[in-house]
Design a protein around this ligand. Structure first.
Ligand code: NDP
Length: 298
């Protein structure tokens, strides 16, 4: 039976590091780390995410500012808010909660955030820095950065000689995850919906990362014995065993059977999920250090 990574515990240790770095920056330079979170509209799930981000930012010792805008907010109004936060020296990170209402152009808004304040790591400048291996001045997308913490804790900093397969090629996760693994010297394959014989591609992986959005797609016989399996998928499925109309969350990996073959595996929920907010906080304190001319913590 595989070792199951406790994402909540790892995320808590990242948060402890962030708290210490925030306090140290304040002491050394008199700079309080500032995070601005923008939410437009009244989608309950987005509000729940934003509230937990704002709460965590306060726990880390940040100055946390939440901008809650009505659904009828125009592109120009939202762009003006981002511009004012870009110009505000007390704000080191700007997060725009996605998805935005359909009448707004999210890509234009994300690309209008100053790259050095883009703590979600979605700006093309940050994606480009990751692609050229510049982890010193760029900010990395939070979920792949979190998944990479698990990989490093399992295999160390140098993945030389290991085969990694990332299933999924989104800009949000698959591509940056593959770049991070490549930067750490893994031999990386990116698989997607057009990949031929996906099970045999996956069976080659010492590190298998699934980010597809298909419940329990990766079966035990796709997993190499002794592999590390990182499950990024979050899928809500019917759970009639819990009662009529009830649901439960599952990942992209058939957890119970894959855990019989893998050496290390992440659960859903409680694996990669908790790391995303933790890495957002880490990116924000990194951005604050850079703005103050200080070396950020590792
Ligand atoms: P996208 O929908 O943007 O990308 C999904 C990828 O999976 C695409 O590259 C697609 O291929 C590929 N894919 C779809 N079907 C298959 C298939 N049958 N075989 C092989 N590949 C397939 O999703 P995201 O990357 O944004 O997210 C993926 C999952 O991760 C989702 O469940 C999401 O909820 C979760 N997630 C979790 C986060 C967290 O924990 N905080 C954060 C981000 C995502 P193609 O490009 O060819 O269409």
């Amino acid at each position: 039976m595989a070792t199951v990574i406790d994402g909540k515990q790892v995320a808590a240790s990242v948060i402890e590091t962030v708290k210490a770095a925030t306090a140290a920056l304040d002491k050394q330079s008199g700079v309080q780390t500032g995070l601005a979170v923008i939410i437009v509209g009244d989608d309950p799930a987005s509000h729940a995410y934003v509230n937990s981000k704002s709460k965590m930012a306060k726990e880390c010792g940040f100055k946390s500012v939440q901008h809650t805008l009505p659904i009828e907010t125009t592109q120009e109004e939202l762009a003006a808010l981002v511009a004012s936060l870009n110009a505000d020296d007390a704000i080191h990170g700007i997060l725009v909660q996605l998805p935005l209402p359909r009448h707004l152009n999210s890509e234009a808004i994300i690309q209008s955030i100053l790259p050095e304040k883009d703590v979600d790591g979605l700006h093309v400048v940050n994606a480009g820095k990751l692609a050229v291996g510049d982890l010193r001045t760029g900010l990395v997308s939070c979920t792949p950065a979190g998944a990479m913490v698990f990989v490093r804790r399992t295999h160390g900093e140098d993945l030389s000689g290991l085969n990694a397969v990332v299933v999924g090629r989104s800009n949000l996760f698959g591509k940056p995850m593959a770049q991070l693994l490549l930067n750490a010297n893994a031999t990386v394959t990116i698989a997607h919906s057009r990949t031929k014989d996906l099970p045999s591609v996956c069976r080659n992986a010492d590190i298998l990362v699934a980010a597809v959005g298909r419940p329990e797609m990766v079966k035990a016989d796709w997993v190499k014995r002794g592999a590390t399996v990182i499950d990024v998928g979050i899928n809500r499925i019917a759970a009639p065993e819990k009662g009529e109309g009830k649901t439960r969350l599952v990942g992209d990996v058939a957890f119970a059977e894959a855990a019989e073959v893998a050496d290390v595996i992440t659960p859903v929920p409680g694996g990669v999920g908790p790391m995303t907010i933790a890495m957002l906080m880490a990116n924000t304190v990194i951005a604050a250090h850079r703005a103050a001319g200080q070396t950020p913590p590792k």
